[in-house]
Design a protein around this ligand. Structure first.
Ligand code: TYM
Length: 348
């Protein structure tokens, strides 16, 4: 962190914000890269705000009934992983209108040149960018609003979201500069651990993603023990045994990915894992990894199932979280409008 950023951020209450799209089954990548970290942060004495970003999800087509189910299921995944809705604020984005409102204000601050550099838009829109929604293109400005509407100072994310958090810092800095204020902090991306980028089980150069059409490319948090074991058994690897040190994995992306996953699940470093399995082949390693993955994920998916039996309770938790989130976000948006010169004379 630069000295300037440190001074600016010191004037804000330390606060953590992060979000996950309820656009399908959450994956092992979401769990290791994000959810598991969210739970750790919850107990560090800093305010934590976690959001199911349904308004981001609709930047690509979502069946309305499926979106509702996925949002509740993602909420269940948070709760089952250890998010305590009293300690943390947990809600879905669309219940707090301040996100969309600040999103518009920040659309007018973000520059087209900045948006054009966003690699995720290029990946998601693919060759057919003309047919992508305007929302998909503007999405990173809404993400900036998600973070800045809470004046959050820290954003735990996987590696793939780093560019969006950096854009958020640029938008915040431009706003502060243009209006001569210190209204927004410069949020820090927190990208930690061996699993900040879990790769596809089919292609070590692609990240594991809930939107990959091939289900075998990922482990879903709701997969049962047999499915997890089968997917890992079929995971693409090479024919070499595991090396003595992690340097030996430099040119072996698929092997490195499985070692990183093992390390995160076992709370070890990749070096420790390699030391334990050195000289052994994947015939040994994959079943050990499958057992470990099942031992971590099965209790979580069991608890998710239990929670999904009572959707009204999930909705109640999200509603209460939204109330608490709104109480923080509303005054920030009002202040933002005021700074930008908008008259407010309505009696409320
Ligand atoms: P999303 O829904 O794609 O992913 C949610 C979180 O999971 C992490 N993640 C991964 N980590 C490691 N390996 C993987 N294969 C992997 N796949 C996903 C992501 O990095 C992310 O932390 N734009 C965001 C959601 C969002 C958000 C925000 C995040 C909206 N507003 C504000 C932080 C702050 C997204 O699409 O994440």
């Amino acid at each position: 962190m630069s000295d300037q950023t440190e001074v600016l951020n010191a004037s804000f209450t330390p606060r953590i914000f992060s979000g996950i799209q309820p656009s399908g089954n959450l994956t092992l990548g979401n769990y290791l890269g994000a959810l598991k970290r969210f739970v750790q942060k919850q107990d560090e004495g800093i305010e934590t705000i976690y959001c199911l970003v349904d308004m981001h999800a609709i930047t690509v087509w979502q069946d309305p009934d499926a979106l509702k189910r996925q949002t509740r299921e993602a909420a269940a995944a948070f709760l089952a992983s250890g998010i305590d809705p009293v300690k943390s604020i947990l809600f879905n984005q669309s219940q707090v209108g301040a996100h969309a409102e600040l999103g518009w204000l920040l659309n007018c601050v973000a520059r087209l040149g900045w948006m054009n550099r966003m690699t995720q838009f290029k990946d998601k829109a693919g060759k057919n960018a003309e047919k992508a929604s305007l929302g998909l293109y503007a999405y990173p400005a809404l993400m900036a609003a998600d973070i800045l509407v809470y004046q959050a100072t820290m954003v735990p994310v996987g590696d793939d979201q780093k560019q969006h958090v950096e854009l958020t810092r640029d938008i915040a800095a431009k706003f502060n500069h243009d209006f001569g204020v210190d209204h927004f902090p410069a949020p820090e991306p927190l990208i930690e651990g061996a699993a900040a980028r879990v790769m596809s089980l089919r292609d070590g150069s692609k990240k594991m993603s809930k939107s990959d059409p091939a289900d075998a490319s990922r482990i879903n948090m709701t997969d049962d023990a047999d499915t997890i074991a089968k997917k890992l058994r079929k995971a693409r690897t090479d024919a070499e045994p595991l090396p003595e040190t992690i340097d030996g994995l430099a040119e072996r992306p698929e092997a490195r990915n499985l070692v990183n996953i093992y390390a995160e699940l076992a709370e070890q470093t990749p070096s420790q894992v390699v030391a334990e399995f050195a000289g052994r082949g994947f015939g040994d390693f994959k079943p050990a990894l499958a057992d470990l993955a099942v031992s971590v994920l099965a209790p979580i998916s069991g608890e998710m199932k239990r929670l999904m039996d009572d959707p009204a309770e999930i909705d109640r938790i999200l509603g209460q979280g939204a109330e608490r989130a709104d109480a923080i976000a509303r005054p920030v948006v009002e202040k933002t409008r005021d700074i930008m010169g908008m008259v407010r004379s309505r009696q409320v």
